[in-house]
Each structure stands twice: as structure tokens, then as C-alpha cells.
Design a binder for this molecule. Structure first.
Ligand SMILES: O=P(O)(O)OC[C@H]1O[C@H](OP(=O)(O)OP(=O)(O)O)[C@H](O)[C@@H]1O
Ligand SMILES: O=c1cc[nH]c(=O)[nH]1
Length: 175
């Protein structure tokens, strides 16, 4: 794949996650009843960073979980059963769940993540934070918190590299 553009560097990713963290706190008037859920793979380190930024601001650690939705995808040949990772049962009943992912594209991953969460209990609300919204939704899903809106064509790919998984922090458009 050829890189067509550099969209974000380490500093701009950090600024975006800091702003999103402030917005989450502001929108929810604090952190009471919040639960943060990172979607694997890159939503997980992003979620941890947001938890850490919120702790710096509010002085408390918000509960957080990672979620593997591969079994819930409707466009993968896999009608399999529920499989939240075995690490933890998520306590989401009556909580405000903040879902975190790196890229929002068709919305199918988020749809699957919402199914997985609701199977664990009835949250009071689910909100969505993404680093990149690249458009091309196939479902009526939108993000509440967006790092950057990046217009793309369908055949492009937005690639997010996060240090914890990839050794560096950057966002690229590739084709
Ligand atoms: O809105 P959607 O069309 O569902 O696309 C967005 C999803 O696609 C990416 O994951 P991908 O399936 O490419 O796997 P990855 O996490 O290994 O990159 C990305 O991390 C999002 O989770
Ligand atoms: O461009 C895209 C599409 C799906 N998932 C990504 O991470 N990038």
C-alpha cells in the first residue's frame, strides 16, 4: 500500500486525545458512572491513554475494559456466539459506556461493539469516541467525540499507528 498523506503526528494525536478526554468529562458533568471500553486492537491503547488523561484531570481512575468484537461482525463469516475477551466480565449495567476506537468507517464495528456491550447488561447510555471519522457510514451511527474528520474515498485506507502496538504514533492515508 502506498502512503498518500500524513494526517496526524504524535503531537496532534496527543492533543486530540486530551481534548476528547475533556469533552467526555464535560458532556457527562464529571466521571461518575462512566465506564470506558476500548475496541481491539488500537482502541485499547487509546482507551488507556484517555483513562490516564482523565485521571490527571479528575484524580480518579475510570473503570475500563477491552473488547474483542471479531465474533460479532456481521460481514465476517462468523455467526459465532458472544465472546467478550476472557479477561473480564464488563460491569456496564446502568453505566454510561464510552466506546473508544481508532477509525470510524462503515460503523459495523461499532454496531457489533454495542451488541456485545448490551449482552453484558443494560447501560444507561453508550457514547462513542474515535480518533478518525473517515465517513462512508453504512449504518445510522455517529461519533459523539471525534479527533479529526478525514474525508476519504472508499478505496483508501486510514492507517493508525499507536506506539504501544506499532512503535510510533501517526495517522496515514494509504491506497
Ligand atoms: O467502521 P468500520 O467499517 O467497522 O471500520 C472501522 C474499524 O476498522 C478497523 O479495524 P480493522 O477491522 O481494520 O482491524 P484492525 O483493528 O486490526 O485494524 C478500525 O480499527 C475500526 O475498528
Ligand atoms: O480506512 C480504514 C477502514 C477500516 N479500518 C481502518 O482502520 N481504516
Amino acid at each position: 500500500m502506498k502512503t498518500k498523506a500524513f494526517i496526524m503526528d504524535e503531537k496532534s494525536i496527543k492533543r486530540a486525545l486530551t481534548r476528547i478526554s475533556h469533552e467526555i468529562i464535560e458532556r457527562n458533568k464529571g466521571i461518575e458512572n462512566l465506564v470506558i471500553v476500548g475496541i481491539k486492537s488500537r482502541g485499547v491503547p487509546m482507551a488507556k491513554r484517555i483513562v490516564s488523561i482523565i485521571k490527571d484531570i479528575e484524580g480518579e481512575t475510570v473503570p475500563y475494559y477491552s473488547l474483542d468484537i471479531s465474533m460479532y461482525r456481521d460481514d465476517v463469516n462468523n455467526v459465532g456466539s458472544i465472546n467478550i475477551n476472557e479477561e473480564s466480565e464488563m460491569d456496564v449495567k446502568d453505566k454510561v459506556v464510552i466506546l473508544i476506537d481508532d477509525v470510524l468507517f462503515t460503523g459495523r464495528t461499532v454496531r457489533a461493539a454495542m451488541d456485545a456491550i448490551i449482552d453484558q447488561g443494560r447501560p444507561r447510555k453508550i457514547e462513542l469516541a474515535v480518533l478518525i471519522d473517515r465517513g462512508h457510514r453504512e449504518l445510522p451511527i455517529r461519533a459523539d467525540f471525534v479527533g479529526k474528520n478525514v474525508p476519504t474515498s472508499r478505496n483508501e485506507r486510514v492507517t493508525v499507528h499507536i506506539e504501544e502496538l506499532d512503535g510510533l504514533n501517526q495517522v496515514l492515508i494509504q491506497e
